[in-house]
Design a protein around this ligand. Sequence first.
Ligand SMILES: NC(=O)c1ccc[n+]([C@@H]2O[C@H](COP(=O)([O-])OP(=O)(O)OC[C@H]3O[C@@H](n4cnc5c(N)ncnc54)[C@H](OP(=O)(O)O)[C@@H]3O)[C@@H](O)[C@H]2O)c1
Length: 268
Amino acid sequence: MTKQQDMTVVLTGASGGIGRATAEKLSAAGARLILVGRHREKLDALIHDLDNDAHVAVIADLGTEDGRHHLRQYCESLGSDGISVLVNCAGINEFGLFEEQSQSAVADTININLISPMLICQDLLPLLLRRGKAQIVNIGSTFGSIGYPGFSAYCASKFGLRGFTESLRRELADSGVQVSYIAPRATQTDLNSQKIVAMNNELGTAMDQPSVVADEVIRVIGKRSRLDKYMGWPEKFFVKINALLPALVDSSLRKQLPIIRRFAKHEI
Ligand SMILES: NC(=O)c1ccc[n+]([C@@H]2O[C@H](COP(=O)([O-])OP(=O)(O)OC[C@H]3O[C@@H](n4cnc5c(N)ncnc54)[C@H](OP(=O)(O)O)[C@@H]3O)[C@@H](O)[C@H]2O)c1
């Protein structure tokens, strides 16, 4: 844990379930946090709970150019000893049948979950490169490797984030900036509506506590690991099966489809 003591970490999605748990653990490990979100009251309450004056809140809608510009300006203002870690954790999900989803929901999902973390990486990369040793951690999902009915736009965004992470990691392989990808399985946060929770219960899909994901983030940052981390059993096994033998996963999900459809349809 001592490695985190001289770190300044930009954490997007800090007010959410996984972000908050991650903030608590990073703060306890001694990191200085730049907590990013749209709602000042939530971030102020978090800083109050963390009981550390070194942390700051940056209020920004990361789906907008203005919001990302504001974050970049704040990070630049810290000078040469500024940020050393970026954790892209902000995300949204609208569960539903693709044919019934609004086009704005599809576009927002791709914007917040994929375009925004890519552009934040681009904005902050000069600062991270300047630090010499630095790290980017992108929070993906099991659904970044397995296309799942009812989550088409979300899966597309996370598949994209996984591909982006791999490309950027290889592009920066000769630099001091390491790029990691963490793929949580279903986790008990507000990202999952009551319909999703009810569906997961009926399907027997396990849901982790946010602190379990936060522990993984801390491990990856502590080790400065380049590796991708896939969380949960059997989820990490299905990720491999889906890559090697996708027809097997097709037929398994075909059996689940009536249940998924029942929850994903608009009327319920
Ligand atoms: N929960 C799961 O089952 C699960 C599973 C796998 C992966 N993940 C991933 O884990 C990450 C964290 O999710 P979570 O479960 O903690 O979700 P959450 O509790 O719903 O939190 C989402 C966070 O994203 C922020 N956010 C959303 N839109 C934003 C915007 N336009 N600008 C700035 N911030 C924005 C929210 O902040 P404000 O609303 O306060 O602005 C909030 O802090 C996401 O990337 C998600 O895809 C979650």
